[in-house]
Design a binder for this molecule. Structure first.
Ligand SMILES: [Fe+2]
Length: 491
């Protein structure tokens, strides 16, 4: 095995020399040291294909030295321990921790060479398997990232998995904004398991923003994506570290963000190969994050449009200025109490803003009538879910649930509602939620035909209508949500 580098550690000078000479005649390149302090120092800066060490040494014995390496480094070459017959058991115990083999002293050189060659071969096979596993992992993470449009989800999945794959001590994503300021969020930050306890402190010691120009000054070659150094950089990081790196997330020439990487003990020099297959993941993440940002902006724009529409509806009725906004807030809290996913809660919040959009088609004289409605007028009012569905029909491809939610928001659990008179579980879940939130806000607000009802009366009305007007499950969620609802009403 030519050019394989072996670190030999033994405090017995004679054995050290014999082993060194013997291995060199077999074309191994050997660094021999007689204590574990020197071995630690050399290992920190140089790469080896195998470590051969004695069991009894100072200041650490061979097993503790192996433990030290496993704890400090992600990539440790195979370790073979040389031991006497009487200590075999403890070395076998150490093999459970990752020591690959042992050789009994005294040994023949040919036997030593066999042990070494076998360990190096096995380690090469293991490394190859690991590389394949990592590539599969990278593809699976890329897929996960592409499955979401939510920026926060994309960013946190990317960063958590990236840290898992490269096992860097600390990874933080800084997103670039239109002013070329890079900003980090605690959800875009991951650390190695052993730092989980102090994760919060580590995050606090990182700068929350960086200027892109300050990072780019290190990228003297435009083709580079990854820059690392073992020097201390003046970018406002308070903690001490061994190695620091920046990976640029680029989509074509646009810099979407920067991934900051830190290692506390190990230089990136030793694991730089790990970053090569990761280019696919970084590229996918850059595109997904950019899409996530656009999606977020579109959603904001969409929400503002909905809010404007909701204000248009509320403006028609002089008594219900904040009705749509209130119903949206209460619906979201009830949906949360039902344990619905965040994405669903958000949709219910959006949709419920428009629940009365059909009132645009109802004459103001009826909406603002100070006395009770006659049968004919009530029939007109009952048209508003149907009108709502017609108005929103052009959006049915994108928001089928929202249109149903609005269409059925006056149905009742007992089937006595309108426009279809369906009941129980036939009514879509989101309509059941909006129905209760709508009734609650109507009762707790002044109307053209009556003053608001006392809070206690409203609550007992809702309880009385459990299983009649309202679905029992929604009434239970409403009562669970009562403290939050009161807080929203500021009572
Ligand atoms: Fe309504």
């Amino acid at each position: 095995m030519e050019n394989k580098r072996i670190l030999v550690v033994d405090d017995d000078k004679i054995i050290l020399d014999i082993v060194k000479d013997a291995l060199e005649t077999f074309n191994f390149s050997v660094v021999a040291v007689n204590n574990t302090d020197d071995a630690k120092a050399i290992f920190a800066t140089e790469d080896f294909d195998l470590i051969l060490c004695d069991l009894f040494m100072e200041p650490l014995n061979g097993i503790d030295f192996a433990k030290y390496l496993f704890n400090e480094y992600q990539k440790v070459p195979p370790i073979i321990i040389m031991t006497g017959y009487g200590n075999v058991e403890s070395v076998i115990e150490a093999m459970k921790l990752g020591v690959k083999d042992y050789i009994l002293k005294p040994f023949k050189i040919t036997s030593l060479i066999q042990h070494i060659e076998k360990a190096i071969r096995n380690s090469e096979i293991e490394n190859e398997n690991l590389r394949l596993k990592e590539i599969l992992e990278i593809y699976s993470v890329s897929e996960q990232i592409n499955n979401s449009l939510e920026l926060s989800e994309i960013a946190s999945v990317f960063i958590k998995n990236l840290q898992n794959i490269i096992k860097t001590d600390l990874v933080a994503l800084y997103l670039n904004n239109e002013f070329n300021i890079l900003k980090c969020d605690k959800n875009y930050f991951a650390v190695r398991k052993k730092f989980e306890q102090i994760k919060h402190d580590l995050f606090e010691e990182l700068p929350k923003k960086l200027y892109l120009k300050d990072v780019l000054k290190y990228f003297t070659d435009k083709k580079w994506r990854f820059y690392y150094t073992d020097e201390k950089l003046d970018i406002g990081i308070d903690m001490s570290y061994k190695s620091i790196g920046f990976y640029l997330l680029k989509n074509a020439d646009k810099i979407i963000g920067v991934v900051l990487l830190l290692n506390f003990n190990e230089s990136f020099e030793k694991i730089k190969d790990k970053f090569v297959p990761l280019k696919i993941l970084f590229d996918e993440a850059a595109i997904a994050i950019e899409n996530g940002i656009l999606y977020h902006k579109n959603q904001q724009m969409f929400l503002r449009t909905l809010q404007s529409l909701a204000m248009t509806i509320d403006a028609k009725d002089s008594y219900t200025h904040y009705h749509s906004t209130n119903v949206s807030k209460y619906s979201k809290v009830i949906a949360q109490k039902l344990g619905l996913p965040d994405e669903e809660v958000k949709k219910i919040g959006f949709g419920s803003l428009l629940h009365d959009i059909g009132k645009i088609g109802i004459p103001e004289s009826i909406l603002n009538k100070p006395t009770s409605l006659n049968d004919e007028e009530f029939e007109i009012i009952k048209q508003h879910p149907i009108i709502g569905k017609t108005i929103l029909n052009p959006m049915k491809e994108q928001f089928p649930d929202m249109i149903d939610m609005i269409y059925y928001h006056h149905e009742r659990f007992d089937g006595k509602g309108y426009p279809e008179g369906i009941g129980g579980d036939e009514i879509p879940l989101n309509s059941r939620i909006v129905s209760l939130a709508d009734a609650f806000d109507a009762m707790t607000s002044d109307r053209s035909y009556r003053r608001r009802l006392k809070f206690d009366i409203v609550v007992s009305e809702i309880q009385k209508n459990k299983g009649k007007q309202f679905h029992p499950e929604i009434v239970d969620a409403f009562f669970d949500a009562l403290p939050e609802i009161k807080a929203l009403m500021k009572i």
